[in-house]
Ligand binder design. Structure first.
Ligand SMILES: Cc1cc2nc3c(=O)[nH]c(=O)nc-3n(C[C@H](O)[C@H](O)[C@H](O)COP(=O)(O)OP(=O)(O)OC[C@H]3O[C@@H](n4cnc5c(N)ncnc54)[C@H](O)[C@@H]3O)c2cc1C
Length: 263
């Protein structure tokens, strides 16, 4: 069993997040592995658990610091890493990023052998568009089971449960397939001391665009099909309104809610 997990490096939400003058995300700030991708790594480790011949390959597309996302996955227990890095990737949009991820999957299959399963987060914690997994599946000719909260692999089949507000869908696909998982899927492990030390010896393959046969014109600003035209800070919170109960608190509360069209 060979699983590739996508691991995106994102700005740390605990710090200040800002935009460049052209409305692109300022990526010069401290970053980390997108928390939602930890669920994909954990699921890969659960599926392959106990199988010494299995491989979990953590793949990132990003600048120099993005390697930290791969390192975290290796510390958790992934067996190998792949880092795609190229100056031309700067300001890539979702389609450009998906093109590169799909090309990287092809390269990994050539270098390491056939891939059975691709596991991803359902959204990044920065751009959060939730489209990259589906785009990659389309470009790679893989069935996509998206936003699932339970995954089971049995033989050459993957089953998954996708929970909606009022019902759950039970999905099945033949491997190889791509599955994006939610934060309900599992409880990601913390890297152990042994895991942290062991990760230093694990291999991280480096690719640039020419290694993957992707033209610079297809990615980055040059290949972007979308552009953010404006960004605005969320308005500051206004002071709350205190409703004093003088025997008519309930009525006042309902009137307030009705005025805001909340009931
Ligand atoms: C080198 C580079 C430079 C960029 N520069 C800019 C920029 O200047 N301005 C800007 O606004 N945006 C930039 N981007 C961000 C880019 O536009 C988004 O990463 C892209 O649109 C994906 O959208 P998303 O994060 O909303 O993905 P979603 O669809 O929300 O992501 C879902 C899942 O797809 C996987 N995934 C997504 N992206 C990656 C990745 N890069 N590597 C591995 N797995 C991934 C993860 O598993 C993630 O959980 C850059 C990206 C790269 C790689």
């Amino acid at each position: 069993m060979r699983i590739v997990t996508f691991v995106k490096y994102v700005p740390d939400a605990a710090g200040d997040r800002t935009f460049e003058s052209d409305n692109t995300v300022d990526r010069s700030v401290d970053g980390l592995l997108s928390e939602l991708d930890e669920y994909a790594v954990e699921e890969a480790l659960k599926i392959t658990g106990g199988d010494k011949s299995a491989e979990v390959i953590a793949l990132t597309v990003g600048g120099d610091d993005a390697k930290d996302a791969v390192k975290k996955a290796l510390q958790m227990g992934a067996t190998k890493g792949v880092h795609v890095n190229d100056d031309a990737l700067d300001a890539s949009d979702a389609i450009g990023t998906a093109r590169v991820l799909a090309a990287a999957l092809k390269q990994v299959a050539e270098d390491e052998g056939p891939i059975d399963l691709v596991l991803t987060g359902f959204a990044s914690t920065d751009a959060g568009m939730s489209v990259v997994p589906t785009l990659v599946a389309e470009l790679s000719g893989l069935p996509a089971l998206t936003q699932v909260s339970q995954v089971t692999v049995s033989g050459t089949t993957v089953n998954a449960r996708r929970d909606g507000d009022t019902s759950s869908q039970f999905l099945e696909a033949a491997l190889p397939a791509l599955v994006s998982v939610t934060d309900q899927t599992n409880e990601p492990r913390y890297p152990s001391f042994k895991g942290i030390l062991g990760a230093k010896r694990k291999k991280i393959a480096e690719y640039d665009l020419s290694d993957l046969g992707v033209a610079a014109s297809e990615v980055g600003r040059a290949g972007a099909t979308t552009q953010v035209v404006e960004v605005a800070e969320r308005p500051a919170r206004t002071a709350g309104e205190i409703i004093t109960d003088e025997g008519d608190g309930g009525t006042k509360l309902v009137e307030w809610l009705a005025a805001k069209k909340l009931v």
